[in-house]
Design a protein around this ligand. Sequence first.
Ligand code: PAF
Length: 281
Amino acid sequence: MKIFRTKQTLQNYLDGMRESKQRIALVPTMGALHEGHLSLVKDAQQIADVVVCSIFVNPTQFNDPSDLEKYPRPEENDLRLLQEIRCDVAFIPTVEEMYPKTEESWHLDLGNLEQVWEGEKRPGHFQGVTQIVYKLFRLVEPDVACFGQKDFQQVMVIQRLIDIKKLPITLHICSTVRNEKGLALSSRNMRLSAAGKDKALALYRSLNHVKRYFKVRELNTLRKEALDILHQEGEIEVEYLTICETRSLQEIDHIDPAKRHVALLVAWVEGVRLIDNMLLD
Ligand code: PAF
């Protein structure tokens, strides 16, 4: 596996790949890699000739400086994991490499996507995400970019970025990887006890319930039943549970058969904020 730490060396390498007509896929990550990230790389390997996995803890998407400071950076382990699955390229730049100017302005009109759910809870977060992803897109010029369905709103935001900037990039959405019981994999799960992990399975049960009865129940009743499943478990604090249209993430009050729908859920277990979702159609 090639490891690059500067934009120039990565670009030189990728120029050669493009000259020999290789299809390039980009998998952007912030490191602390787990099976979920590795499955993105494995998906990318199926659809491209060269897979670039970037590892960069992006400061502009953090609202809380202490969160940024505490974010794990197990570089050696990350590189080992990528090597084991034969990823072609790891790109690990410094903050100075990605943000050479200390003051850099960036704003993208994300419309409603920035006003609701994660956008509302984490002001400025998606501006930071699009800022770094756009830099990576311009640098790598991938044919395909792979993102996990687990961060559903982020995927919609990236699609908006691609549309607004008219980029010739196909967005590949990779299914959420779950453990054998259904818990969506996340680096945050490490902070849950074994009992907490069992409790957190109620998120999956609740989302499955919404999916199963989506077409047959009145929506308010369905939402209430899904919340009951979470509350029955005890010690789960629900931040939001909503049924939305997939593109705008506008909450719906009736099903439009011409549109696609998703249930989004955020809940706290043992002080850990867990995020999950399920496509309903
Ligand atoms: O999902 C993430 O890990 C980050 O938001 C991303 C897309 C790598 C941008 O920093």
